[in-house]
Design a binder for this molecule. Structure first.
Ligand code: FNR
Length: 188
């Protein structure tokens, strides 16, 4: 069978290296994973005032997660945490109370930065958020990607062989994680 992976890119930048990383991940992923981006850039800011009647964008966000077997977060680090746009999307998806879209959903996090820490603190922050949202996270392997110029082309081709192997292994592990979770917690 095929697993539908809804992926979030935490950056709204038109030159995002995390978007480039997402292309690379899709390119090296096992063939039984199918990917659909879940866009976050046009969502209004969340307020509980919307809980009684969600606008179309946030509604579509929740439907996209519901249609996914699993979710993948590819995010930069902003000021040692996750970008506000991504947090806003997660907040929308987690509500209204009792209708948390992430409940029991298999999930993984990964991110890239030009600097040495490779989004480690953003991912730590994101993991705390996803824990509260009761997503079933892959805990290992972790993937803190320091992207040197040219390691991945703009089209998502991984030119660095050791990085290519690492990303391939990461996606294989993610696939296996999704399968294990869904065996116990099937998505309807
Ligand atoms: C950054 N950047 C950054 N990098 C990092 O390693 N730790 C950090 O805390 C931050 N903080 C931060 C805040 C803001 C507002 C910006 C715009 C940038 C640098 C960041 O890693 C770099 O810009 C990446 O290229 C961002 O990822 P995308 O947008 O290219 O995917």
């Amino acid at each position: 069978s095929t697993y539908q992976v809804g992926y979030f890119v935490g950056s709204l930048s038109s030159t995002s290296i995390n978007r480039t990383l997402s292309k690379a991940l899709i390119a090296v992923a096992p063939p039984d994973l199918e990917f659909t981006e879940i866009p976050i850039g046009d969502l209004p800011l969340y307020s509980p005032d919307f809980d009684a009647d969600y606008p179309p964008g946030p509604r579509a966000l929740k439907e996209a997660i519901a249609a996914s077997s699993a979710v993948l977060f590819v995010t930069p680090e902003y000021n040692r945490s996750i970008p506000g746009a991504l947090k806003n999307a997660i907040d929308w998806a987690s509500r209204p109370w009792g209708e948390n879209s992430f409940n029991h959903v298999p999930a993984a996090v990964i991110g890239a930065s030009p600097g040495q820490i490779g989004t480690a603190l953003a991912q730590q922050s994101l993991r705390g958020v996803l824990s509260f949202c009761n997503a079933r996270q892959m805990t290992a392997p972790e993937a803190y990607i320091r992207l040197a110029p040219g390691a991945i082309t703009d089209d998502g081709e991984v030119t660095d062989e050791s990085m290519k192997q690492f990303l391939t292994d990461f996606m294989q592990e993610f696939r296996d994680h999704v399968e294990r979770v869904l065996t116990v917690l099937p998505r309807t």
